[in-house]
Design a protein around this ligand. Structure first.
Ligand SMILES: [Zn+2]
Length: 245
């Protein structure tokens, strides 16, 4: 957990024992060479983002990671009935809540996809309990959004309140392929079953709910209770057991 903005890159320090300054006067010469806080996690640097080609000398690596998807429910329906300004401030609130929580628990905010975010935990900042960190981040997102819910409903207009806004979150963990894919448009991202299962668990979650897979529960049993339920997830032949967390 990183409560304050880190002064040196957590990724470079962990992996290379190199103190790369991110903030303050010492960071100025680094910035001249394009080394600055990563947009995916401001406690890591742009070297970390490019770690595969420059440091690991591979285009993709398989890592043990936790993947979290969070999606703003009601957003698509609302885009048809609210003003652009309200829509943007709703999305800003969602993104800000997500990024603050993900970074506090050392995750990488890998992508924002319209009304959803994809976060990866255990890269580049290693966390032995990354599954727990992801769940704590997910809970922080839900808590923060719930606190603002009434205020947000007022902003979008009470007549739109029936649409219902809230966040659905899905989490899975395991071996994940992470790297740069594509030639014309290079994109740093994660692919594989863990990513797909986290995305489908997110789709199955109700507004305000966090659904985690058995793999996540096995690692953090004390944070998740109950027997879970079987869900038919798109793209998976067998039902997948998910636990409300
Ligand atoms: Zn770094």
């Amino acid at each position: 957990m990183t409560p304050e903005p880190a002064t040196i890159c957590l990724g470079c320090w962990q992996q290379l024992h190199l103190p790369v300054p991110l903030r303050g006067p010492l960071s100025v010469p680094f910035r001249l060479f394009g080394i600055r806080p990563s947009r995916m996690n401001p406690n890591t640097c742009t070297i970390c983002e490019m770690a595969f080609t420059r440091v690991m000398k591979a285009r993709a690596v398989t890592i043990d990671a936790t993947v979290m998807f969070a999606d703003l429910r009601g957003y698509t329906a609302l885009t048809q009935s609210i003003e652009r300004q309200e829509m943007m401030s709703l999305l800003d609130t969602f993104y800000d809540d997500c990024s603050a929580a993900i970074w506090r628990y050392d995750g990488l905010l890998n992508k924002t996809l319209g009304d959803a975010v994809l976060a990866i935990f255990n890269f580049p900042v290693k966390q032995p309990d990354h599954a727990a960190q992801a769940l704590l981040a997910a809970r922080a997102i839900q808590r923060s959004f719930a606190e603002k819910h009434d205020q947000l409903v007022q902003a979008i207009g009470v007549k739109n309140a029936a649409i219902g806004i809230g966040i659905g979150i899905g989490i899975d963990c395991g071996q994940t392929n992470f790297g740069e894919f594509g030639h014309a448009h290079r994109d740093l991202t994660a692919i594989g079953t863990v990513v797909n299962r986290a995305a489908r668990a997110q789709a199955a979650a109700k507004a305000g709910e966090i659904l985690v897979t058995g793999a996540v529960r096995d690692r953090i049993g004390d944070l998740v209770s109950g027997d879970g339920s079987d869900y038919a997830l798109k793209g998976f032949e067998q039902p997948v057991r998910l636990f409300s967390a």
